[in-house]
Design a protein around this ligand. Sequence first.
Ligand SMILES: [Zn+2]
Length: 437
Amino acid sequence: MPFDLVIHNGTIVTVNPEFEIIENGIICIKKDKITRVAAVADDRPPPQAKEIIDAGGGIIMPGLVNTHTHLPMTLFRGLADDLPLDTWLNETIFPAESTHINSESVRWGTLLACAEMIISGTTTCCDGYFLEGDVALAVNDFGMRAVLGQGVIDYPAPGVPDPAANVETAKAYVVEWKDISSKIMPSIFCHTPYTCSEETLTKAKSVSQELGALFQIHAAETKDERNRFLSEYQMTPIDYLDKLGILDQNTLLVHCIWLNKADIEIIAARQSKVSHNPESNMKLASGISPLSRLVNYGIPIGLGTDGCASNNNLDLFQEMDMAAKLHKASTLDPTVMDARTVLKMTTIDAARAIGLDDVIGSLEPGKQADIVIVDTNQPHLVPMYHPESHIVYAAKGSDVRDVMVAGNILVRDGKLLTVDLDAIIDRVNEIASNIRV
Ligand SMILES: [Zn+2]
């Protein structure tokens, strides 16, 4: 049999460099890789394969990439809303984490996050949390692709009671997970420039450089953070990180809201990447990132949902819609953040932001078969003039019909095939009943 899997009878949104859209297209897969992407004549039967999927005239697109999450925080979904970031963190989230986050709760919170992401079309995520070895075990068992960052912070944290051991713990985790699975890329996640000391930041960066791991950090998220750095160091947070040597092409800066022109020029010059999380930024009233200016500087940007406690879901379709509209409204310019630009921020540009653009992010021969089929035979998706417009402005995560990662079908007809979703929901509800008390 020439192919293991063939997908046909759909409109392929390739997100290749030409942004080719192929009506009545066909995708052939051998093992974990895409081997052919082409248009087929109506009268020709699909090539032979062990399995053939009829896309039913829907959209066939790359699996979505979420560039910033805190997976186990699904456990805190809706626990504390409508609060400023510092109150939300210090009075609710940090206390809840210190009491309720352990290996067991991390595993079930992560499995719930994976279930939510995969059924809504996200095949890869970039995470930062504590007990990340347990996160990695759960994501690996689930079969998703992920960059997973062990959290580093100068306070006692779940799994790291002594902050003096924070960087060593992260290093040991990256070393352990480096070659375990081709789908799991271990990383280091420093919490913020103000919850990690200068020494912690530089040590963590040098470990990430030594091991070739992505370095992630929340940065320039709030006005308070910027003012604090200006008054303490007479520098912006971005300038401060740059002076410490943190910024390079393997650094992912999350949020980047409070930036001046010099900050944007530094990020562009260092070839650092940015994760933009519009729903979290809006919900915590952190502000609006100057995204169209970052785009104009050619900075690779991926969208992220942030954790479930500040969003409160992991649906990237919703995030795309929000990102496109937020920046039009804030700049009074309907031409910014057009559908193609936004779709690239959850596919190829998101993959670039986390260092995986050679592997995923578009449907092209040689790439991994991380593929989503969207059911467009629904009232809110008819008619279809431009598929990318439907993806960004009209579709929802619940319109996703089939999902595969590395050629493995994880979702078919909207149902998870490889895990017991009821068992995950029951276990998370059980854990949540203690958090609520
Ligand atoms: Zn975050």
